[in-house]
Design a protein around this ligand. Structure first.
Ligand SMILES: [Zn+2]
Ligand SMILES: [Zn+2]
Length: 387
Protein backbone atom coordinates (compact mmCIF):
# COMPACT_ATOMS: atom_id res chain seq x y z
CA UNK A 1 0.00 0.00 0.00
CA UNK A 2 1.28 3.45 -0.88
CA UNK A 3 2.33 5.66 2.04
CA UNK A 4 -0.42 8.20 1.38
CA UNK A 5 -3.11 5.49 1.35
CA UNK A 6 -1.86 4.19 4.67
CA UNK A 7 -2.06 7.69 6.15
CA UNK A 8 -5.64 8.04 4.93
CA UNK A 9 -6.60 4.63 6.31
CA UNK A 10 -5.08 5.48 9.70
CA UNK A 11 -7.05 8.74 9.81
CA UNK A 12 -10.26 6.92 8.86
CA UNK A 13 -9.80 4.10 11.37
CA UNK A 14 -9.03 6.65 14.10
CA UNK A 15 -12.26 8.53 13.34
CA UNK A 16 -14.30 5.26 13.36
CA UNK A 17 -12.65 4.11 16.57
CA UNK A 18 -13.37 7.36 18.40
CA UNK A 19 -16.95 7.42 17.14
CA UNK A 20 -17.45 3.84 18.42
CA UNK A 21 -15.76 4.75 21.71
CA UNK A 22 -18.14 7.68 22.22
CA UNK A 23 -21.15 5.40 21.59
CA UNK A 24 -20.49 2.18 23.54
CA UNK A 25 -23.20 -0.48 23.76
CA UNK A 26 -23.52 -3.44 26.14
CA UNK A 27 -23.59 -7.06 24.87
CA UNK A 28 -26.53 -7.89 22.55
CA UNK A 29 -27.46 -4.18 22.54
CA UNK A 30 -24.90 -3.26 19.84
CA UNK A 31 -27.56 -1.84 17.48
CA UNK A 32 -25.82 1.39 16.54
CA UNK A 33 -22.44 -0.35 16.40
CA UNK A 34 -23.60 -3.19 14.14
CA UNK A 35 -25.46 -0.74 11.85
CA UNK A 36 -22.22 1.31 11.66
CA UNK A 37 -20.22 -1.83 10.80
CA UNK A 38 -22.70 -3.00 8.14
CA UNK A 39 -22.84 0.47 6.54
CA UNK A 40 -19.04 0.69 6.32
CA UNK A 41 -18.71 -2.85 4.89
CA UNK A 42 -21.24 -1.97 2.16
CA UNK A 43 -19.38 1.29 1.45
CA UNK A 44 -16.15 -0.69 0.92
CA UNK A 45 -17.86 -2.95 -1.64
CA UNK A 46 -17.88 -6.14 0.46
CA UNK A 47 -19.81 -8.68 -1.67
CA UNK A 48 -22.35 -9.74 0.91
CA UNK A 49 -23.22 -8.15 4.28
CA UNK A 50 -25.68 -9.93 6.59
CA UNK A 51 -26.89 -8.37 9.84
CA UNK A 52 -28.69 -9.86 12.82
CA UNK A 53 -26.63 -13.06 13.16
CA UNK A 54 -26.99 -14.22 16.76
CA UNK A 55 -28.77 -11.02 17.72
CA UNK A 56 -26.58 -8.08 16.74
CA UNK A 57 -23.77 -9.93 14.94
CA UNK A 58 -22.69 -8.98 11.40
CA UNK A 59 -20.94 -11.14 8.78
CA UNK A 60 -19.34 -9.66 5.67
CA UNK A 61 -18.15 -11.91 2.84
CA UNK A 62 -15.50 -10.92 0.29
CA UNK A 63 -14.59 -13.21 -2.62
CA UNK A 64 -11.63 -12.95 -4.98
CA UNK A 65 -10.32 -15.39 -7.59
CA UNK A 66 -11.47 -18.99 -7.80
CA UNK A 67 -10.08 -20.53 -4.60
CA UNK A 68 -12.56 -22.49 -2.52
CA UNK A 69 -10.94 -22.00 0.86
CA UNK A 70 -12.40 -19.50 3.33
CA UNK A 71 -10.74 -17.66 6.22
CA UNK A 72 -12.68 -15.87 8.94
CA UNK A 73 -11.44 -12.80 10.80
CA UNK A 74 -13.28 -11.96 13.99
CA UNK A 75 -13.75 -8.77 16.03
CA UNK A 76 -15.88 -8.18 19.12
CA UNK A 77 -18.14 -5.10 19.38
CA UNK A 78 -19.49 -4.92 22.95
CA UNK A 79 -18.67 -2.53 25.80
CA UNK A 80 -18.81 -2.90 29.60
CA UNK A 81 -21.02 -1.51 32.36
CA UNK A 82 -18.26 0.75 33.70
CA UNK A 83 -18.44 4.53 34.15
CA UNK A 84 -15.65 6.10 32.15
CA UNK A 85 -13.14 8.49 33.71
CA UNK A 86 -11.87 10.15 30.55
CA UNK A 87 -9.85 13.25 29.86
CA UNK A 88 -10.17 12.99 26.05
CA UNK A 89 -12.71 14.33 23.61
CA UNK A 90 -14.25 10.98 22.59
CA UNK A 91 -15.53 9.98 26.04
CA UNK A 92 -18.60 7.74 26.34
CA UNK A 93 -21.88 9.51 25.69
CA UNK A 94 -23.75 6.53 27.11
CA UNK A 95 -23.65 6.95 30.92
CA UNK A 96 -22.45 3.88 32.82
CA UNK A 97 -21.23 2.07 29.70
CA UNK A 98 -17.74 2.30 28.21
CA UNK A 99 -15.30 0.59 25.86
CA UNK A 100 -12.91 -0.43 28.65
CA UNK A 101 -11.62 -3.53 26.81
CA UNK A 102 -10.76 -1.91 23.47
CA UNK A 103 -13.43 -3.69 21.42
CA UNK A 104 -13.92 -0.30 19.70
CA UNK A 105 -10.34 -0.66 18.45
CA UNK A 106 -10.85 -4.31 17.43
CA UNK A 107 -13.93 -3.34 15.41
CA UNK A 108 -12.14 -0.40 13.74
CA UNK A 109 -9.13 -2.58 12.86
CA UNK A 110 -11.27 -5.27 11.24
CA UNK A 111 -13.13 -2.59 9.27
CA UNK A 112 -9.71 -1.24 8.20
CA UNK A 113 -8.70 -4.74 7.05
CA UNK A 114 -11.98 -5.10 5.13
CA UNK A 115 -11.30 -1.82 3.33
CA UNK A 116 -7.70 -2.87 2.58
CA UNK A 117 -8.68 -6.29 1.24
CA UNK A 118 -11.69 -5.01 -0.73
CA UNK A 119 -9.47 -2.38 -2.35
CA UNK A 120 -6.21 -4.21 -2.91
CA UNK A 121 -7.22 -7.90 -2.98
CA UNK A 122 -4.03 -9.94 -3.05
CA UNK A 123 -5.71 -13.21 -2.11
CA UNK A 124 -7.57 -16.07 -3.80
CA UNK A 125 -10.64 -17.37 -1.97
CA UNK A 126 -13.23 -16.15 0.52
CA UNK A 127 -12.86 -13.90 3.56
CA UNK A 128 -15.56 -13.80 6.24
CA UNK A 129 -15.51 -10.71 8.43
CA UNK A 130 -17.20 -11.83 11.66
CA UNK A 131 -18.29 -9.04 14.03
CA UNK A 132 -19.61 -10.71 17.17
CA UNK A 133 -21.79 -9.32 19.97
CA UNK A 134 -21.51 -9.91 23.71
CA UNK A 135 -17.94 -11.16 24.09
CA UNK A 136 -17.71 -10.00 27.70
CA UNK A 137 -20.59 -12.26 28.73
CA UNK A 138 -19.14 -15.22 26.89
CA UNK A 139 -22.47 -15.53 25.05
CA UNK A 140 -22.04 -13.80 21.67
CA UNK A 141 -19.99 -16.42 19.82
CA UNK A 142 -22.41 -19.20 20.81
CA UNK A 143 -25.35 -17.03 19.74
CA UNK A 144 -23.81 -16.64 16.26
CA UNK A 145 -22.96 -20.36 16.07
CA UNK A 146 -26.50 -21.31 17.17
CA UNK A 147 -27.82 -18.99 14.46
CA UNK A 148 -26.10 -21.12 11.80
CA UNK A 149 -22.83 -19.23 11.38
CA UNK A 150 -20.91 -22.31 10.20
CA UNK A 151 -23.55 -23.57 7.75
CA UNK A 152 -24.55 -20.17 6.36
CA UNK A 153 -21.04 -18.68 6.16
CA UNK A 154 -18.67 -21.65 6.18
CA UNK A 155 -14.95 -21.12 6.75
CA UNK A 156 -11.90 -23.34 7.23
CA UNK A 157 -9.96 -21.30 9.79
CA UNK A 158 -10.49 -18.30 12.04
CA UNK A 159 -8.17 -15.64 13.42
CA UNK A 160 -8.79 -12.96 16.04
CA UNK A 161 -6.84 -10.49 18.12
CA UNK A 162 -6.94 -8.51 21.35
CA UNK A 163 -5.02 -5.45 22.42
CA UNK A 164 -2.60 -5.95 25.29
CA UNK A 165 -1.79 -3.15 27.77
CA UNK A 166 1.88 -3.16 28.77
CA UNK A 167 3.06 -4.57 25.43
CA UNK A 168 4.60 -1.78 23.30
CA UNK A 169 2.61 -0.58 20.29
CA UNK A 170 3.85 -2.35 17.16
CA UNK A 171 4.57 -5.53 19.10
CA UNK A 172 2.86 -8.87 18.54
CA UNK A 173 2.48 -11.88 20.80
CA UNK A 174 0.88 -15.31 20.57
CA UNK A 175 1.68 -18.93 21.36
CA UNK A 176 0.67 -22.36 20.06
CA UNK A 177 -1.56 -24.47 22.31
CA UNK A 178 -3.33 -23.13 25.40
CA UNK A 179 -3.25 -19.33 25.56
CA UNK A 180 -6.33 -18.27 27.56
CA UNK A 181 -8.22 -20.14 30.27
CA UNK A 182 -11.68 -21.52 30.80
CA UNK A 183 -13.83 -19.61 33.25
CA UNK A 184 -16.19 -21.38 35.67
CA UNK A 185 -18.41 -19.63 38.22
CA UNK A 186 -19.59 -21.06 41.53
CA UNK A 187 -22.00 -20.22 44.29
CA UNK A 188 -22.06 -22.14 47.57
CA UNK A 189 -25.06 -21.61 49.84
CA UNK A 190 -24.66 -22.45 53.54
CA UNK A 191 -27.80 -22.93 55.64
CA UNK A 192 -27.93 -23.16 59.44
CA UNK A 193 -29.99 -21.41 62.09
CA UNK A 194 -29.38 -17.74 62.85
CA UNK A 195 -29.89 -16.21 66.26
CA UNK A 196 -28.82 -13.81 68.99
CA UNK A 197 -25.18 -12.74 68.83
CA UNK A 198 -24.96 -13.31 72.60
CA UNK A 199 -26.16 -16.92 72.36
CA UNK A 200 -24.25 -18.69 69.51
CA UNK A 201 -24.90 -22.07 71.15
CA UNK A 202 -28.65 -21.45 70.73
CA UNK A 203 -28.48 -21.85 66.94
CA UNK A 204 -26.27 -23.07 64.12
CA UNK A 205 -24.78 -19.88 62.73
CA UNK A 206 -22.97 -20.03 59.38
CA UNK A 207 -20.38 -17.21 59.40
CA UNK A 208 -17.59 -19.22 61.02
CA UNK A 209 -18.41 -22.07 58.65
CA UNK A 210 -18.26 -19.69 55.68
CA UNK A 211 -14.88 -18.33 56.78
CA UNK A 212 -13.53 -21.88 57.19
CA UNK A 213 -14.94 -22.74 53.76
CA UNK A 214 -13.15 -19.78 52.14
CA UNK A 215 -9.87 -20.94 53.69
CA UNK A 216 -10.46 -24.61 52.80
CA UNK A 217 -11.20 -23.76 49.16
CA UNK A 218 -7.61 -22.47 48.90
CA UNK A 219 -6.44 -26.09 49.15
CA UNK A 220 -8.03 -27.09 45.82
CA UNK A 221 -5.20 -25.57 43.77
CA UNK A 222 -2.43 -25.89 46.38
CA UNK A 223 -3.08 -29.48 47.53
CA UNK A 224 -5.55 -31.30 45.30
CA UNK A 225 -4.49 -30.47 41.72
CA UNK A 226 -1.22 -31.23 40.00
CA UNK A 227 1.25 -28.33 40.13
CA UNK A 228 1.80 -29.03 36.41
CA UNK A 229 -1.75 -27.86 35.67
CA UNK A 230 -2.29 -24.10 35.75
CA UNK A 231 -5.49 -23.21 37.62
CA UNK A 232 -6.97 -20.49 39.84
CA UNK A 233 -9.81 -20.68 42.38
CA UNK A 234 -10.85 -17.24 43.65
CA UNK A 235 -13.56 -16.56 46.23
CA UNK A 236 -14.83 -13.08 45.39
CA UNK A 237 -17.92 -12.57 47.56
CA UNK A 238 -19.19 -13.60 51.00
CA UNK A 239 -22.72 -12.47 51.77
CA UNK A 240 -24.74 -13.31 54.92
CA UNK A 241 -28.12 -12.41 56.37
CA UNK A 242 -26.49 -11.45 59.68
CA UNK A 243 -26.58 -8.03 61.28
CA UNK A 244 -24.53 -6.40 64.10
CA UNK A 245 -26.14 -8.32 66.93
CA UNK A 246 -27.61 -11.28 65.05
CA UNK A 247 -25.70 -14.31 63.82
CA UNK A 248 -26.45 -15.32 60.23
CA UNK A 249 -28.26 -18.52 59.39
CA UNK A 250 -27.67 -18.10 55.67
CA UNK A 251 -24.48 -17.35 53.70
CA UNK A 252 -23.48 -17.25 50.05
CA UNK A 253 -19.87 -17.81 49.01
CA UNK A 254 -19.29 -16.90 45.36
CA UNK A 255 -16.31 -17.03 43.10
CA UNK A 256 -14.57 -17.86 39.90
CA UNK A 257 -12.27 -20.69 38.76
CA UNK A 258 -9.86 -20.80 35.80
CA UNK A 259 -8.27 -23.78 34.10
CA UNK A 260 -6.98 -24.98 30.73
CA UNK A 261 -8.29 -28.55 30.47
CA UNK A 262 -11.85 -29.89 30.93
CA UNK A 263 -10.47 -32.60 33.25
CA UNK A 264 -9.05 -29.93 35.56
CA UNK A 265 -12.31 -27.98 35.56
CA UNK A 266 -14.20 -31.19 36.45
CA UNK A 267 -11.75 -31.93 39.27
CA UNK A 268 -12.10 -28.39 40.70
CA UNK A 269 -15.87 -28.88 40.83
CA UNK A 270 -15.54 -32.35 42.41
CA UNK A 271 -13.12 -31.15 45.11
CA UNK A 272 -15.26 -28.07 45.77
CA UNK A 273 -18.29 -30.27 46.47
CA UNK A 274 -16.29 -32.47 48.87
CA UNK A 275 -14.89 -29.44 50.73
CA UNK A 276 -18.24 -27.62 50.90
CA UNK A 277 -20.11 -30.64 52.23
CA UNK A 278 -17.33 -31.59 54.66
CA UNK A 279 -16.96 -28.08 56.02
CA UNK A 280 -20.72 -27.66 56.40
CA UNK A 281 -20.91 -30.96 58.29
CA UNK A 282 -18.13 -29.86 60.66
CA UNK A 283 -20.10 -26.72 61.55
CA UNK A 284 -23.47 -28.44 61.74
CA UNK A 285 -24.99 -26.70 58.75
CA UNK A 286 -25.71 -27.67 55.13
CA UNK A 287 -24.07 -26.69 51.83
CA UNK A 288 -25.40 -26.53 48.30
CA UNK A 289 -22.99 -25.98 45.38
CA UNK A 290 -23.99 -24.48 42.02
CA UNK A 291 -21.15 -24.72 39.49
CA UNK A 292 -21.41 -23.34 35.92
CA UNK A 293 -19.02 -23.20 32.97
CA UNK A 294 -18.97 -19.79 31.25
CA UNK A 295 -15.96 -19.81 28.92
CA UNK A 296 -14.06 -22.73 27.38
CA UNK A 297 -10.24 -22.68 27.23
CA UNK A 298 -8.70 -21.03 24.18
CA UNK A 299 -6.34 -23.48 22.48
CA UNK A 300 -4.41 -22.16 19.48
CA UNK A 301 -3.94 -24.61 16.61
CA UNK A 302 -0.22 -25.26 16.00
CA UNK A 303 -0.39 -24.91 12.21
CA UNK A 304 -2.61 -21.79 12.26
CA UNK A 305 -0.33 -20.23 14.91
CA UNK A 306 2.73 -20.85 12.75
CA UNK A 307 0.94 -19.10 9.88
CA UNK A 308 -0.08 -16.19 12.14
CA UNK A 309 3.52 -15.74 13.28
CA UNK A 310 4.77 -15.86 9.67
CA UNK A 311 2.15 -13.26 8.66
CA UNK A 312 3.09 -11.09 11.66
CA UNK A 313 6.73 -11.12 10.57
CA UNK A 314 5.68 -9.45 7.30
CA UNK A 315 3.99 -6.51 9.08
CA UNK A 316 5.74 -6.08 12.45
CA UNK A 317 9.38 -5.10 12.82
CA UNK A 318 12.10 -7.66 13.47
CA UNK A 319 12.25 -8.40 17.18
CA UNK A 320 8.64 -7.28 17.72
CA UNK A 321 7.09 -10.70 17.06
CA UNK A 322 6.97 -13.11 20.02
CA UNK A 323 5.70 -16.57 19.10
CA UNK A 324 6.16 -17.90 22.65
CA UNK A 325 3.98 -15.48 24.62
CA UNK A 326 2.76 -16.20 28.12
CA UNK A 327 -0.35 -18.16 29.06
CA UNK A 328 -3.04 -15.80 30.37
CA UNK A 329 -5.55 -16.85 33.05
CA UNK A 330 -8.24 -14.58 31.57
CA UNK A 331 -10.90 -15.90 29.21
CA UNK A 332 -12.03 -15.14 25.64
CA UNK A 333 -15.24 -15.99 23.85
CA UNK A 334 -13.20 -16.54 20.63
CA UNK A 335 -12.49 -20.03 22.01
CA UNK A 336 -16.04 -21.13 21.02
CA UNK A 337 -15.23 -20.78 17.31
CA UNK A 338 -12.24 -23.11 17.79
CA UNK A 339 -14.66 -25.90 18.74
CA UNK A 340 -15.60 -25.89 15.02
CA UNK A 341 -12.47 -24.95 13.05
CA UNK A 342 -8.78 -24.51 13.83
CA UNK A 343 -7.51 -21.00 14.34
CA UNK A 344 -5.29 -18.68 16.28
CA UNK A 345 -5.81 -15.78 18.68
CA UNK A 346 -3.08 -13.14 18.97
CA UNK A 347 -2.31 -10.04 21.03
CA UNK A 348 -1.04 -6.69 19.80
CA UNK A 349 0.53 -4.02 21.98
CA UNK A 350 -1.59 -1.21 23.38
CA UNK A 351 1.49 0.54 24.83
CA UNK A 352 3.43 0.48 28.08
CA UNK A 353 1.52 3.52 29.39
CA UNK A 354 -1.89 1.94 28.78
CA UNK A 355 -4.34 1.63 31.68
CA UNK A 356 -5.30 -2.00 32.38
CA UNK A 357 -8.25 -3.61 30.59
CA UNK A 358 -11.62 -3.03 32.32
CA UNK A 359 -10.18 0.06 34.08
CA UNK A 360 -12.36 3.24 33.97
CA UNK A 361 -9.41 5.18 32.47
CA UNK A 362 -8.64 2.64 29.73
CA UNK A 363 -8.51 3.85 26.13
CA UNK A 364 -7.56 1.94 23.00
CA UNK A 365 -4.33 3.31 21.53
CA UNK A 366 -5.04 4.60 18.01
CA UNK A 367 -1.38 4.10 17.04
CA UNK A 368 -2.07 0.35 17.21
CA UNK A 369 -4.90 0.43 14.63
CA UNK A 370 -2.75 0.10 11.53
CA UNK A 371 -0.83 -2.85 13.00
CA UNK A 372 -4.00 -4.83 13.62
CA UNK A 373 -5.50 -4.00 10.22
CA UNK A 374 -2.29 -4.97 8.42
CA UNK A 375 -1.98 -8.20 10.41
CA UNK A 376 -5.55 -9.20 9.49
CA UNK A 377 -4.83 -8.55 5.79
CA UNK A 378 -1.49 -10.38 5.99
CA UNK A 379 -2.96 -13.56 7.49
CA UNK A 380 -5.59 -13.66 4.72
CA UNK A 381 -2.90 -13.33 2.04
CA UNK A 382 -0.79 -15.95 3.84
CA UNK A 383 -3.64 -18.50 4.04
CA UNK A 384 -5.34 -17.73 0.70
CA UNK A 385 -2.31 -17.19 -1.57
CA UNK A 386 -2.73 -16.19 -5.17
CA UNK A 387 -1.44 -18.74 -7.68
ZN1 LIG B 1 -12.94 -7.53 28.44
ZN1 LIG C 1 -11.87 -7.82 25.47
Amino acid sequence: MAALDQKTLIAEMTAWRRDLHAHPEFGFEEKRTSAFVARKLREFGIDEVVEGIGGTGVVGTLRRGTGNRAIALRADMDALRITEQASHGHASQNPGVMHACGHDGHTAMLLGAAKLLAGDGGFDGTVRFVFQPAEEWGKGALAMLDDGLMSRFPFDEIFGLHNMPGLPVGHFETRPGPIMSAEDNFEIVLRGLGGHAARPHGGREVLVAACALVANLQTIVSRRLSPADISVVSVTELITDGTRNALPGFARVLGDARSFRPEVSAEIERQMRIIAEGTALTYNCSAEVAYTREFVPLINDADATEAAIAAARTVFETGAVNGHGEIVTASEDFARFLDHVPGCFVCIGNGEGSAPLHNPSFDFNDDALIHGARFHAAIVRQRLPQA
